[in-house]
Design a protein around this ligand. Sequence first.
Ligand SMILES: Cc1cc2nc3c(=O)[nH]c(=O)nc-3n(C[C@H](O)[C@H](O)[C@H](O)COP(=O)(O)OP(=O)(O)OC[C@H]3O[C@@H](n4cnc5c(N)ncnc54)[C@H](O)[C@@H]3O)c2cc1C
Length: 479
Amino acid sequence: MADQYDLIVIGAGPGGYIAAIRGAQLGMKVAIVEREHMAGICSNWGCIPTKALLRSAEIYGHMTHAKDYGLSADTFGFDIPGIVKRSRAIAAQMNNGVQFLMKKNKVDIIWGEAEITKPGEIKVAPTKKKIVEPQGPVPKNALGEGTYKAKNIIIATGARPRVLPGIEPDGDKIWTYFEAMKPETMPKSVVVMGSGAIGVEFASFYRSLGAEVTIIELLPQIMPVEDAEIAGLARKRFEKRGIKILTDAKVTKVDKTKDGVTAHVELKDGKTEQISGEKLISAVGVQCNIEGLGLEKVGVKTERGAIVIDAYGKTNVEGIWAIGDVAGPPMLAHKAEHEAVVTVEKIAGLKVHGLDKTKVPGCTYCEPQVASVGLTEAKAKESGREIKVGRFPFVGNGKAIALGEPDGLVKTIFDAKTGELLGAHMIGAEVTELIQGFVVAMNLETTEEELIHTIFPHPTLSETMKESVLDAYGRALNI
Ligand SMILES: Cc1cc2nc3c(=O)[nH]c(=O)nc-3n(C[C@H](O)[C@H](O)[C@H](O)COP(=O)(O)OP(=O)(O)OC[C@H]3O[C@@H](n4cnc5c(N)ncnc54)[C@H](O)[C@@H]3O)c2cc1C
């Protein structure tokens, strides 16, 4: 029997649906298999609904100091069901948007759970996984159970919350991001285990709406992948907002009590502490969805729980490719999307650059925001290079002052010999929108000279970026 498809993609998250669209653009006959929700974790339970929650928290935060802007907002408040409703509606809108895109690009949707039976063939069965409610709508005209054949298969099955033994989420007192995304009432206190982007964003959201929040982090630094100086500033700002932070701290046990939970924490000095809260959010990372896909049967190699690929998404088995979270860190939607395009273009035989993981930006939408790309100062030093470091605080920027956002810092790291921009790290208002300037610069292999010759518009927060570059070369103007 001839192949039904040129390409079958398993999983309709940002990796999968972008792969399907790019395949269709390149003239392939494409199908995408999804078992739970079009648009994946990103749009349904990740990137987008969290940003909707954080936007409500941000506006509420502005209202609390309306007076500083010469405004009066004597009566204001929040309504948790209303905040959650808005976030869920936005998730649904994204889900529908991806269904529309599949239709527009003539991509067949196959609804169910896929397993690879042999290279070039999958079997789709009704979903066995327990679905998280509310489930996205099943797309109209979706195909169902059956065996489907394709020249190439891309696995884009994403990830799920990592669970620590003995601290299993119960959906009531111990939450993962699923429950934290749709609280029915506002908890009085929340213990957040883990200070990566997910943990810190939820800590920020719940604190903004008045909960007592404690973050417990195993490593010496919160936001462990970020530059130490920026993470240190974030910590200070969080503590100023009333968030309690324990680092070098290991949760050894969680007891459920009548009113919530008590986390038993072992500290570096051997002392122990007990932290109680109404809810505990377990945010200790994610685990790839590699089970039930037939990987062992067809011999696809995995390592440390992720599918092993090269820079073009190729696995060790001819015709089987993997992208996004299931192919390992960084577990970010934009990495999944980029990997999708690279992989499909490689399948199509186009000349393509492999994914360069050193240039994947990271953004955390807590208050204050944190964003970065490239090497941290510590990593740049470790690489043995002589470096130049520039810093520019938001307090020297007119737009930041006008916005009432004077707390922030842009830090840039250059190779002292070549002027190559090695890394950029930012904290402050809207830095998640600013970082892209440095990402483009790094991709174009820009040096300090070209950045200094670039005109940045005034008044914008982006001027802090240029000033940081100037500072690395002893030439900052506004400080
Ligand atoms: C709370 C939270 C906030 C986040 N915020 C951000 C952010 O701000 N920015 C950012 O870049 N990233 C963020 N992320 C990470 C981001 O969501 C993921 O990196 C991204 O969704 C990965 O995309 P993916 O396509 O690899 O997988 P997913 O989005 O996980 O999609 C995989 C899809 O495959 C389906 N699937 C799995 N197995 C099968 C099977 N056997 N058959 C059929 N279908 C299957 C799943 O149902 C799912 O829809 C966040 C994550 C969380 C949890």
